[in-house]
Design a protein around this ligand. Structure first.
Ligand code: CP
Ligand code: NVA
Length: 307
């Protein structure tokens, strides 16, 4: 994984297919304990949005590597008082070895990365959530003993970070991706084009408004909240629009009989997923959440060159 040393992960598209598979292999070895890595580096967490999984799994991953974590809560730093991002980036670059940033605008992440030499990791922006997709792919790989040729259907808001990173990650991993979303909530055309270019003719990418056709025969059924962080004012008005895309027992009956259900979490039970499905035998959401820690440990170790 030497090729990843010193690099950033701002988008899923920052990885090649080989690098992605290398990370998944390392994550699996770390999970099973066949590989132990130690470092004495410092990870900073600069999060402008709430987080349970990403914050804690990054921290746990770094502590398990023997490193330290600094939680740079914007509300108690000069960031909240308007210190320019480019100044913050150059200062934090001098103190930290690596930083994970959760923010709204992808361009802010890119600006930070342009002014900091240390590896910068996208811990979620409005555009992408690549770290989640590393864990998602690890979970699919565990469930089916491989990734190539599987079909994942994502239902709900197609124009969000999860849908975008799944499109790109699927193309890199050889997973067919179907997005079933209401009209007006489809993925950004430029992200679909990027995924298509990365896939070539290796995988199928389907964008549909039909939830039943979308899940037909799929091995992985995936959903996310209908209103992402920052879109809270749209949450109520979106419910009737997204209701047909709810992952419920009837919809699951259309998927492959061995299909698994994934959700990046947090979930709104009764909205995008029913209680019965998230608690049911096809749900892998807790393994998926656990894998955040393993996948990110592999990522941190690879970006820092830990051996
Ligand atoms: N899935 C995910 O990123 O969860 P958090 O928002 O809790 O970090
Ligand atoms: N799309 C969701 C993902 C949360 C992990 C959001 O951005 O709020």
């Amino acid at each position: 994984m030497g090729a990843l040393i010193g690099r950033d992960l701002l988008s899923m598209a920052d990885l090649t297919s080989d690098e992605l598979y290398g990370l998944l292999q390392l994550a699996a070895a770390l999970k099973t304990g066949t590989m132990h890595l130690q470092c004495h580096k410092i990870l900073g967490l600069l999060f402008y949005k709430a987080s349970t999984r990403t914050r804690v799994s990054f921290s746990a991953a770094m502590y398990r590597l023997g490193g330290q974590v600094l939680d740079l809560n914007p509300s108690v730093t000069q960031v909240s008082r308007g210190e320019p991002l480019i100044d913050t980036a150059r200062v934090l670059d001098r103190y930290l070895d690596i930083v994970a940033i959760r923010t709204f605008d992808q361009r802010d992440l890119e600006t930070f990365a342009a002014y900091a030499d240390i590896p910068v990791i996208n811990a979620l922006t409005d555009l992408e959530h690549p770290c989640q997709v590393l864990a998602d792919l690890q979970t699919i790989q565990e469930s089916f003993n491989g990734l190539t040729g599987t079909t994942l259907t994502y239902l709900g808001d197609g124009n969000n970070n999860m849908a975008h990173s799944l499109l790109i990650g699927g193309a890199l991993a050889g997973v067919n991706i179907r997005i079933a979303a209401p009209e007006g909530h489809h993925p950004l055309p430029e992200v679909v084009a990027k995924a298509q270019a990365l896939s070539g003719d290796r995988t199928e990418i389907t964008i549909t408004t039909d939830p039943e056709a979308g899940v037909k025969g799929a091995q992985v059924v995936y959903t996310d909240v209908w209103a992402s962080m920052g879109q809270e004012d749209m949450a109520t008005s979106r419910i009737p629009i997204f209701q047909p895309y709810q992952v419920n027992e009837a919809l699951m009956a259309q998927a492959d009989k061995d299909a698994i259900v994934l959700h990046c979490l947090p979930a709104h039970r009764g909205e995008e997923i029913t209680d019965g499905v998230i608690e049911g035998t096809q749900s892998r959401v807790w393994d998926q959440a656990e894998n955040r820690m393993h996948a990110q440990q592999a990522l941190i170790a690879s970006l820092l060159g830990v051996e």
